[in-house]
Design a protein around this ligand. Structure first.
Ligand SMILES: [Zn+2]
Ligand SMILES: [Zn+2]
Length: 243
C-alpha cells in the first residue's frame, strides 16, 4: 500500500536527482540517482588520528597526524567525517543548506550509514549540534546540523541529541574567509546552555555539516572544554579535501 502510494506520488510529482537533474524512477535514494551516488567518496582507512583527514595513498609510513594538526592544537580529541566533499556531496550540502532542502536529510543520513566506521564512532554518544544564531535559523527555517543529528539519533546507535550549546552572537558567513579570519569571526560566538546538567565525562560529539578549517567546531569544543567536559569529540557529514 505504501509502495503504491509512493508510485502515485511520483506520477503526480516526478522526482529528479538534485545533482544531475535526471528523472528518478527507481533509485536507492529519494533525491539522488544511483549513478551520482556511486561517485560519493568515502574516506580510506588511512586517516589523520586527530581530524580524520584522509591521507589516501600518499601517506608516509607511520604518519599519525596531518600537517594541520601538527601545527594547530584542537580542543577535540578526534573528529571523523562520513564522506569527502566532492562534486556530488558539495551539491547535496548546498541544496540542503541554501535551497530549502531539508527533505534531503533522509538521503544524507542514508549516505552516512554506509560508512560503518563513522557510525561506530558516533554510536553511544551525546550528539551536540553546532547552534545557529536565531536570525539565521529564522531565515533558513531550520538548523542543518540539528536536523542531521535528530535523524541520525533515530537509528539504533544508542546516541541522543542535546542542545548543550547556544549561539551568543550573530557572525558573518565563513564562506570566503581565510583560516585566521574564520577563527576570529567565531571567537565568543558560543556559550554553554546553563539549563542542561550532565556528567562532565559524558562522551560528547559536536556535530556540523562540513569541516573546512575546523574553526567553528573547535570554538564549540573550546567552550565545552573550558566548562570542564573531558571527553569531547567531533563529527561532520563531509570534510573538505586539501589536495
Ligand atoms: Zn544524478
Ligand atoms: Zn589532522
Amino acid at each position: 500500500m505504501k509502495k503504491l502510494f509512493s508510485v502515485c506520488l511520483d506520477f503526480i510529482f516526478p522526482r529528479h536527482c538534485c545533482v544531475c537533474q535526471q528523472h528518478l524512477s527507481a533509485s536507492n535514494y529519494r533525491y539522488l540517482c544511483d549513478s551520482c551516488a556511486r561517485k560519493i567518496i568515502f574516506p580510506s582507512a588511512n586517516l589523520c588520528q586527530r581530524c580524520g583527514y584522509d591521507f589516501g595513498a600518499d601517506c608516509s609510513e607511520g604518519s599519525k597526524l596531518c600537517p594541520r594538526c601538527l601545527g594547530q592544537e584542537f580542543c577535540f580529541k578526534s573528529l571523523r567525517s562520513a564522506v569527502r566533499l566532492s562534486y556530488v556531496t558539495r551539491n547535496l550540502v548546498h541544496q540542503f543548506k541554501y535551497k530549502n532542502g531539508d527533505y534531503i536529510v533522509y538521503d544524507l543520513c542514508k549516505i552516512m550509514r554506509k560508512n560503518a566506521h563513522f557510525m561506530a564512532f558516533i554510536g553511544g554518544s551525546t550528539l551536540v549540534p553546532v547552534p545557529l544564531h536565531w536570525r539565521r535559523k529564522f531565515l533558513r527555517e531550520y538548523n542543518q546540523s540539528e536536523l542531521l543529528v535528530r535523524h541520525l539519533a533515530k537509528f539504533p546507535i544508542n546516541s541522543k541529541v542535546l542542545h548543550l550549546l547556544k549561539r551568543t552572537r550573530h557572525t558573518r558567513p565563513q564562506v570566503g574567509l581565510r583560516a585566521t579570519e574564520r577563527r576570529s569571526n567565531m571567537q565568543k560566538a558560543f556559550a554553554i546552555n546553563p539549563k542542561i546538567k550532565i556528567p562532565l565525562d559524558t562522551r560528547l560529539i559536536v556535530f556540523d555539516d562540513v569541516l573546512t578549517t575546523g574553526s567553528t567546531i573547535n570554538e564549540c569544543c573550546s567552550v565545552l572544554k573550558k566548562h570542564g567536559f573531558s571527553n569531547i569529540l567531533a563529527a561532520t557529514f563531509a570534510q573538505v579535501s586539501r589536495d
